[in-house]
Each structure stands twice: as structure tokens, then as C-alpha cells.
Ligand binder design. Structure first.
Ligand code: SAM
Ligand code: SF4
Length: 351
């Protein structure tokens, strides 16, 4: 699809075209990556962040937030739970810190998690770091990294971030991750303030041009302690943003074919069946939370984040039911790596 066609589908309200788009995307998904859903236990291990992205609830300057940093044993306990739940992989996510105490802590943590049996796949999502740190973590055993570019449009990026946050630096980080050998994931905020449908069409083409392995994108949702507090969505805006998010996932699948696409939690904040519906239009990865429940209210990136009070085992039961009810299978105990990565590099990291 070219930009004009992408834009047509992003704009269209024609129900037949939308149904065709979703049906095609699902077919391309099953042809290229099957109908197995891979699980990544998500551990949000710290909400301490040195950055100030204007949209984010845990930004550094939000003084109303109580900060936490999980003890290593608490994180390992959550990782053990991922192994016992047969999730196959964990995602370690946090605010961005660059101090050596932090980078060494993550290094040790990854090594210990990889030592669990059976060794889970480890994805990191801990922001912008130096080449040396990314390499150190890769050598420790992390093999996937998520770093959303947020928007591929430089002007919009500069409006969504303070002037000391750099689009070029973020792009450079993605390049470094790729050169080191990570499976690289990126994505966008969908419906960010000031964003146009042209921007989103450009975002899709960016993914193709950058030859990305994994996609994690989701709707922008306002947080009351940010400058976007006034942008609270009414019912019809929620529906529109949800549909736009599904269209982005479907177009992404049609355009990129063999990548992994996450069905993000934010989708469920807009629609009670949001994550399952995303599986029907091209997504194939879900990240059930393993963050200890007492810390979850302090990791609110946006208002209305779901699953705040459920226990880790409630989440497992609920997601299993939801995924299988829609006819998809679950890849228990599998890493579920991005086939695109192997097609791109012609190598194998893991059998
Ligand atoms: N600090 C790391 C980073 O920024 O890459 C990882 C954690 S950060 C909380 C993960 C993602 O949360 C960001 O990439 C951003 O897209 C998303 N996020 C932050 N605020 C959001 C909001 N208000 N609505 C939807 N997603 C949001
Ligand atoms: Fe920090 Fe990530 Fe939030 Fe930006 S999006 S403020 S880097 S946690």
C-alpha cells in the first residue's frame, strides 16, 4: 500500500471497506505468523524517570506521584511467576534512568532471570541508553528491546516533548539496538494531541522503511496530572480512537506481514474487549501484568488503565479465557520471537 491508500483506510467510515480491511489483515496474520498468541509477563519495576514526555503520567515533574523501585527479589519473584505460569517471556519496563547503579542493576537482573529454568525470553523497555549499555544488557541475555519512536514526524515529536528530548537521539538508539542484534520493537501514540491522519500514514511507512521486527503501539489516553488533562475522551471519541487503533494494527499487519504486533493494554481502556479485538485484526502478542498489585496504581501512564486490582493469577485466567474464546491458541512456554527478525537476519537465536 502507498501513502494515499493507507490514508484512505485511516479515513474511511465505509463499513464494508473496514470489514474487508480487518478480514484481510487477519488472513495475512494467519498466513504469516499463525494464530498463536504469545504471552510476555510485564513487570513494571520502577516508575522513577528522568524524562518529562508531556503526555506521560509518570514523567519526572509529576510531583503528586509516589515513586517506587522494586527490590531485586520482588522482580525475581514476578519472573518466577512468569515461568510457573508458562508465559515463556518477560518484559522488564521502567522509567528512564542512565546512572550506572541502574544499568548494573538491570544487567544483574537479566542474568538472574535468564538463569531461571526454563530460561524465559527477556524483552527490555527501559528507554534511551548508550551503545555500551545496550550491548552490556544484550550480552547479559536480553534479546528484544522496545523503544517507541512515539511519532515519526519530527515536528510533532518536538511538540509532544520538552526541547531536551531528541527525535534524532531516539532514532539513533533504534539503530544501535538493531546493530547490536536485538529484535527491535517500536511504535506510536495513536491520537496524540496535534497528530493528523497523514502523520499516522507516515508512521506506518516508517515501520516498513526501518524494517522493524516488533510493533507496540496504542491509543494516546490523557492523564489528569499532565498538560493534556483537559483532553478527556467522551464515549464517541473513545469509539473513534479505538477504531483508529484497530485500523493502525490491521494496516501494519498488511504492510509488514511477518512481524510481531502487541495488543496493548491501553486498547482495553477504550473497549472492554479491546485486546481480543486487536487479535482479530492482526495482533499476536499480549502482555499480562505481573507487576505486584500494590505498585500498579503508581504506574498509571494514563487515566483508566485496566487490571489495576486483579491479581497476577486473575490476569492469567481472564486472558486465557478471553484469547481462546476468540479462537486463538496460546503459545505456552514459547518465546514466540518475531519471524521477521529471522527473515531479516537469516539467523537463529533460539530454537
Ligand atoms: N520509559 C520508557 C520509554 O519511554 O521508552 C518505557 C516506559 S514508557 C511508560 C512506555 C510507553 O508508555 C511509552 O513509549 C509511551 O508511548 C506510553 N505512554 C506514556 N504515556 C501515555 C499515555 N498518556 N497514553 C498512552 N500511552 C502512553
Ligand atoms: Fe519517562 Fe517513558 Fe514516561 Fe517518557 S514515556 S516520561 S521516558 S516513562
Amino acid at each position: 500500500m502507498n501513502k494515499r491508500e493507507l490514508l484512505y483506510y485511516l479515513k474511511t467510515e465505509n463499513e464494508r471497506d473496514i470489514t474487508d480491511l480487518f478480514r484481510t489483515a487477519y488472513q495475512i496474520k494467519t498466513d504469516n505468523v499463525g494464530n498463536t498468541v504469545y504471552l510476555r509477563g510485564l513487570i513494571e519495576f520502577s516508575n522513577i524517570c528522568d524524562k518529562n514526555c508531556y503526555y506521560c503520567g509518570i514523567r519526572h515533574d509529576n510531583r503528586q506521584l509516589e515513586r517506587y523501585f522494586l527490590k531485586k527479589e520482588e522482580i525475581l519473584e514476578a519472573a518466577r511467576q512468569a515461568v510457573n505460569f508458562h508465559y515463556g517471556s518477560v518484559v522488564l519496563q521502567s522509567g528512564e534512568c542512565r546512572e550506572t547503579t541502574f544499568t548494573t542493576f538491570v544487567d544483574d537482573l537479566v542474568r538472574e532471570i535468564k538463569g531461571l529454568g526454563p530460561s524465559p525470553g527477556v524483552t527490555l523497555c527501559t528507554g534511551e541508553q548508550s551503545y555500551a549499555v545496550y550491548k552490556q544488557w544484550f550480552d547479559a541475555g536480553a534479546h528484544r528491546y522496545l523503544l517507541r519512536i512515539e511519532t515519526s514526524n519530527r515536528d510533532l515529536y518536538s511538540r509532544l516533548h520538552p526541547s531536551d528530548h531528541s527525535f534524532e537521539k531516539r532514532l539513533h538508539c533504534l539503530e544501535m539496538l538493531k546493530n547490536i542484534g536485538y529484535q527491535v520493537g517500536t511504535g506510536f501514540l495513536i491520537g496524540a494531541p496535534g497528530q493528523t491522519l497523514e502523520n499516522l500514514a507516515g508512521d506506518l511507512l516508517f515501520l516498513k522503511k526501518f524494517d522493524i521486527d516488533m510493533i507496540g503501539m496504542g491509543p494516546f489516553l490523557p492523564h489528569p496530572q499532565t498538560i493534556y488533562a483537559t483532553k478527556t475522551l467522551n464515549m464517541s471519541e473513545k469509539k473513534k480512537r479505538f477504531l483508529l487503533s484497530l485500523k493502525m494494527i490491521a494496516l501494519c499487519r498488511i504492510l509488514l506481514k511477518d512481524v510481531n504486533i502487541a495488543s496493548t493494554t491501553a486498547l482495553q481502556a477504550l473497549d472492554p474487549q479491546g485486546r481480543e479485538k486487536a487479535l482479530q485484526v492482526g495482533a499476536n502478542v499480549i502482555m499480562p501484568t505481573l507487576t505486584p498489585s500494590q505498585y500498579r496504581p503508581q504506574y498509571l501512564l494514563y487515566e483508566g488503565k485496566p487490571c489495576i486490582t486483579d491479581s497476577a493469577s486473575d490476569c492469567r485466567t481472564c486472558l486465557t479465557r478471553r484469547i481462546t474464546a476468540f479462537g486463538e491458541k496460546i503459545g505456552w512456554d514459547q518465546w514466540g520471537d518475531s519471524p521477521h527478525f529471522f527473515n531479516r537476519t537469516q539467523s537463529r537465536v533460539h530454537d
